[in-house]
Design a protein around this ligand. Sequence first.
Ligand SMILES: C[S@@+](CC[C@H](N)C(=O)[O-])C[C@H]1O[C@@H](n2cnc3c(N)ncnc32)[C@H](O)[C@@H]1O
Length: 392
Amino acid sequence: MPIGMPTGEQLFKAAVQHQIDGNLGEAERLYQSFLTDHPHRDDAYFGYGLLCLGAGRKEEAVGHFERALFIAPGNVDYWANLATANYSIGRINDAGYAHLRALRIEPGNIDIQQLRDDFAAKPHVFGESAIHSAHAPARQVYMSACVDILGKSLGDTPPPLRILEIGSYMGASLLTWAAAAERLYRKGCEILCIDPWGDSGAGQYKPGVQQALESQIAYEIFRHNAAVTGKKDNVSVIEMRATSRAALPLLGDKQFHLIYVDGGHFYDDANFDIGACHRLLSPGGIMCGDDLELQAHQCDMEFLRANTSADYVTTPNGEELHPGVTLAVHEFFGKVSAFEGFWAMRKQDGGGYQQVEFSGATGIIPGHWPEHLQDQARAHFAENQTIGALIG
Ligand SMILES: C[S@@+](CC[C@H](N)C(=O)[O-])C[C@H]1O[C@@H](n2cnc3c(N)ncnc32)[C@H](O)[C@@H]1O
């Protein structure tokens, strides 16, 4: 070895030191160099994995932790960090398995037990890009306010409050319904979720959503969030893995107090869903939905009709909207009450609909959403006095 060249061990130590000092680029270069000559060193794969995890490169972190464990399967820290990395990318079953392996090695390790219990108890929101409607967090508040309105008007009607959701994805909206049921309704609530979770229809969404659906990560996260939700005393969740066309005909007339339409965005799907849900909604109930950025009276109808098989488009004026949703809502209801893309209409005894007014209602800031999105929702209501009261 030429004089002055660092030994392998020095290289490794320098990599760790750079990592501690926050010089991640240099640390990574040294890890790579060290591992080229020392591929049997589990501790270097582990350190490299921690670096990737800290830098948000979670898939890579999983790969490095797995290599470290391939070499040293008895290391509890490696299993614990593999669990954390897997959980963060929605591989919840793999995370559970990693905790299991760690606890087999050290059954009394209370840190691992605590981590495992924390993961099982907390909602999983994956990341901002995966939270549908993250661009308009105020929508969640209006959703919860619908539960408040219904709770007040149902009076002595015996529970449960019955909610139907078409399009559940990872369960972010389910968490919103459940929080509202727990904090605003407080009596028994059943939430029925319908979604094919990648078995069909995934191709209509942008690549990240499509990938999450087809890889089954979205379903895994939904199942986790449904299990977390199911721990609330007054909430039960039932899922139906199917398209709305297959599932809705199985349901009886006027069964639901609240129906949320957030499934397929193409006109044919949205039109079918709204029409079918009319039959399922009880008088006094609320039908509502997502993705109504603009109403038809604000649009060029020809443009809407030319884009019925599109998910999300930009108009010639530079406005973005879901044309299928806009057209379907317009054809069934006409003008609806709409707030930040969330729309809602209340069914009358005679079967007609009237707009929903939120000024007497209480809404909840979605506590399961990241802090900065909660702040955005608060800012929206500080500017717009559209809701009676805010919790959270
Ligand atoms: C926009 S995401 C729903 C987001 C979710 N409500 C939330 O707020 O987190 C749309 C979901 O609708 C589902 N979907 C697509 N076509 C559907 C159909 N025909 N019937 C029911 N669900 C459908 C997709 O699988 C996807 O999970």
